[in-house]
Design a binder for this molecule. Structure first.
Ligand SMILES: O=C(O)CCC(=O)C(=O)O
Length: 302
């Protein structure tokens, strides 16, 4: 089994992120991009029950087999296991797509702020990491992610909901902290490369001024130690080792693209998670729940 060197693990512990790492050859990344674009063509008017973007942005692994396949990419899992240990579950898979020449951004935030996840009683955890795989060039020009080295050593900061129209985050959540330009590290990745970041990492991304779409697939990995502390229950798919703690409802990977069973499970998971994701929001929880079949409803997301 591959995995990170001790030096890379130490660097991750210092900086809170690692990049660029190789997930797959660029032609394999292109084949995943082609699958995404084929779905966009197929569901141009509406998704199977909700808007296609809902499934892309939240829990794609529950309804799209290729998203689960990406989450099981051996090189990514090996690296994640070097950080999280032998027992690993996938909590979420999300696609972040920025069209060419668009003003969409992601504001500065820390992932763990809104997920309701933590260790035992503390709404925080070291046992979660995200891997972001580039499926098209992620450059400064196309709006790649930006990290602040060492920021994961700080506590969760206060965040404000801005609901900014150009913000890819569902609440436009933004940290009430000024990040100086000289602190930013641009996480440039070529198709097939990936980065890993900590759940408390200060991160953001700018607009896409390039001629190509910027497509990233982010996978949120947890260990059996992590618990859902806000919602009553939460779900994950075991991808390495075993889950002796059973803090998660272990579910199966989808048995087909948007199969009826996978869509039913998707809606159940979304309804349960909405309780955690909307905690503290200034808007009604229903605004974030897209299981109603309303193709214009706001995706539930980070
Ligand atoms: O893709 C982006 O620009 C932001 C992604 C992000 O915030 C994340 O993966 O946690």
């Amino acid at each position: 089994m591959g995995g990170l060197t001790q030096r890379q693990v130490d660097q991750y512990l210092d900086d809170g992120f690692l990049f660029p790492l190789k997930a797959m050859d660029s032609d394999v990344a292109s084949s995943y991009r082609a699958k995404i674009e084929a779905l966009e063509e197929k569901y141009v008017k509406s998704g199977p029950r909700s808007d296609l973007n809902q499934y892309f942005r939240v829990n794609a692994h529950l309804v799209l087999p290729f998203a689960m396949e990406l989450a099981k990419t051996p090189a990514v899992l090996d690296s994640i296991s070097s950080i999280l240990g032998p027992n690993v579950l996938v909590w979420s898979v999300e696609l972040f797509i920025k069209e060419a020449h668009t003003s969409k951004i992601v504001s500065w935030h820390q992932d763990l702020t809104y997920w309701g996840l933590g260790d035992e009683t503390d709404g925080d955890t070291e046992h979660l990491a995200s891997a972001w795989i580039a499926l098209s060039p992620a450059t400064t020009e196309s709006g790649c992610m930006k990290f602040v080295a060492g920021s994961q050593k700080q506590a969760i900061q206060p965040h404000n909901d801005t609901f900014g129209e150009d913000n890819l985050l569902s609440r436009g959540q933004e940290m009430a902290v000024d990040v100086k330009a000289e602190e930013e590290v641009n996480i440039e990745l070529q198709p097939g490369e990936f980065s890993i970041h900590h759940g408390r990492m200060f991160h953001a991304s700018g607009s896409n001024t390039s001629d190509d779409r910027r497509i990233g697939c982010v996978i949120r990995y947890v260990t059996p130690d992590v618990k859902q502390l806000v919602a009553q229950r939460d779900y994950a798919i075991l991808v390495r080792g075993y889950d002796a703690k059973q803090n998660w409802i272990n579910v199966a990977a989808p048995d087909g693209e948007f199969s009826e069973a996978s869509l039913d499970l998707y809606e159940k998971v979304l309804a349960d998670q909405a309780i955690a994701l909307t905690a503290g929001a200034e808007t009604e929880a229903t605004q974030f729940y897209a299981g109603s079949g309303d193709s214009h409803s706001t995706p539930v997301s980070i």
